[in-house]
Write a protein that binds this ligand. Structure first.
Ligand code: MEV
Length: 321
């Protein structure tokens, strides 16, 4: 696309959004249980809007061209763009939206929601309008419905938050204040995850054996309540144990796979206090709780050498520390 030639750079606006991690409660949150999610600022998305002559163009690593001809996989983003332009009363033409992202797509790290939120922010800035948090969430959820089918809404909520969140559908969002320091390592299996199909795998299982599967979902809910206490009381050992327990249930509801299990077992063998998948599963990433800062660096190195495609060590600590 030769958009470079027709750019009229008199007007440029940007919007940014960070990534997210689910600590515990993924999938169960879709069925009414609570989940804990953490904003993950090590990776993120920037959307840059420029005035150009012609159509509305998208320039991203996944697609470059007029929004109208974007592939089906981007239908959610396209709808978020259209709805945002409508709200802002911006004519549907003469725009170039460039997406720069360090979030690997399809890895359970909230790439689709981060892209949607960055785009919405940049379009609001382009028209010199202030957005409300409700508007951001509403517009991002348009895209999330396409990406995930029946999302719980936890991804956009975490991406627009600066603190770990406690989220249960139909209830107001609550924020968690961890006490002490928790050193985590996130590692990418290299396998693309498809949250939409993982969510429908669980739905199908519920249809087959409702009592059994709801039992597992409720157990994940119990684990999540205990994990909140562990975070608030600085109980690393307990949190590690709970992550392992959650993983057992996630395996039982069919959302883990051999690539995740391999990394999870390796992390535990290398001294992680606990490890589980994070996000939709069936590919994507794991999250492991390391013993301390030095161990998190060693574990990251070992996971990389073991074959993880990317590794991010990070610390979660109370805001006052
Ligand atoms: C995706 O990040 C988390 C899931 O629970 C789906 C959702 O809550 O929408 C798998």
């Amino acid at each position: 696309m030769s958009v470079e030639k027709i750019t009229i750079p008199e007007k440029i606006a940007t919007g940014v959004a960070h990534s997210k991690l689910i600590l515990v409660g993924e999938h169960a949150v879709v069925h009414g249980q609570p989940a804990i999610a953490i904003p993950f600022p090590l990776i993120g998305v920037e959307s840059i809007v420029e005035r150009v002559i012609g159509s509305v163009y998208l320039d991203s690593s996944l697609y470059q061209g007029p929004v109208e001809s974007a592939p089906k996989s981007l239908a959610g983003i396209v709808n978020t763009i259209k709805q945002t332009l409508k709200i802002l009363k911006i004519p549907y033409r003469d725009l170039l939206i460039r997406i720069k992202s360090s979030i690997p797509p399809g890895k359970g790290l909230g790439s689709s929601a981060s892209v949607a939120i960055a785009i919405v922010k940049s379009l609001f800035m382009y028209s010199n309008e202030q957005y409300t948090k409700e508007q951001l969430l509403q517009l991002a959820n348009i895209s999330e419905k396409f990406a995930h089918g029946a999302p719980s809404g936890i991804d956009p909520l975490t991406i627009t938050s600066h603190s770990p969140i406690w989220y249960k559908k139909e209830e107001p969002i609550d924020y968690i204040a961890p006490s002490g320091e928790f050193y985590f390592v996130v590692a990418d299996t290299g396998r693309m995850a498809d949250t939409k199909s993982a969510v429908s795998t669980v739905k199908d299982l519920i249809k087959q054996t409702p009592q059994k599967v709801y039992g597992k979902i409720e157990r994940i809910g119990d684990i999540t309540y205990q994990a909140r206490e562990a975070l608030e009381k600085s109980s690393k050992q307990l949190l590690g144990y709970l992550l392992n327990e959650a993983q057992k249930e996630l395996e039982a509801i069919g959302v883990s796979d051999s690539s995740l299990n391999k990394l999870i077992h390796f992390a535990r063998e290398e001294g992680a206090l606990g490890a589980k998948l994070t996000g939709g599963g069936n590919g994507g990433c794991i999250i492991a709780l390391a013993q301390n800062e030095i161990h998190s660096k060693q574990l990251s190195e070992k996971l990389k050498n073991f074959g993880a495609q990317a590794v991010w060590p990070f610390v979660l600590k109370s805001e006052t520390e």
